[in-house]
Design a protein around this ligand. Structure first.
Ligand code: FES
Length: 181
């Protein structure tokens, strides 16, 4: 038996939502599912509302390589990257596979594969005003004019598949992130 409850207030949705999940859920509607196992025990599951999408293969990556993909819809471009060191939010055996949006949160400068500096695990400098973002620390600004972190795509590993499941941070130019749902 499964019950579904929708709420607009993340803080009321579930007392077990930690800070990381709260950030992931920001901007998206929240669905709390109370399900009951075979023993009748209640379990709480939280869904961010973002679509799940396979965005690449672990076997296609190598340290220092970046691959462009769209998520959560076809209009939003991101980079999937394998770093040479462990990263916050990194997945895979070495926790070094990460994904970030390509649009600078300062004024919308585009940062593509040529701005990925694998030797320093950063994206940037942005071609407009030189902001640079640390890919090991959830896209935190390390230099330049931006005051917000680069939005990070939340990833999971499923066998050889790399699956995008959500977004931490707000995409530049949006008042709410599209969820792709
Ligand atoms: S738009 Fe990227 S630093 Fe200004």
């Amino acid at each position: 038996m499964t019950q579904s409850v929708k709420t607009k207030a993340a803080g009321h949705a579930c007392s077990s939502i930690n800070r990381r999940n709260f950030l992931i859920l920001g901007g998206a509607s929240i669905t709390v599912l109370a399900s009951y196992g075979t023993g009748g025990e209640a379990q709480e599951l939280v869904s961010s509302g973002y679509t799940r999408k396979v965005i690449g293969k672990v076997s296609d990556l190598e340290p220092g390589r970046a691959i462009a993909f769209s998520y959560p819809n076809d209009d939003i471009e991101n980079l999937l990257m394998m770093l040479t060191e462990e990263a916050g939010g990194g997945v895979g055996e070495a926790r070094n596979i990460v994904a970030f949006n390509t649009i600078c949160p300062h004024m919308g400068g585009y940062m593509g594969e040529s701005e990925f500096r694998s030797e320093h695990s950063v994206l940037g400098p942005c071609p407009l005003h030189l902001s640079t973002f640390d890919l090991t620390k959830h896209g935190m600004i390390v230099s330049g004019h931006a005051v917000e972190s680069l939005p990070q795509i939340v990833l999971e590993i499923d066998g050889d598949d790399i699956v995008a499941t959500g977004v931490m941070g707000l995409f530049y130019g949006y008042s709410h992130n599209p969820t792709g749902a």
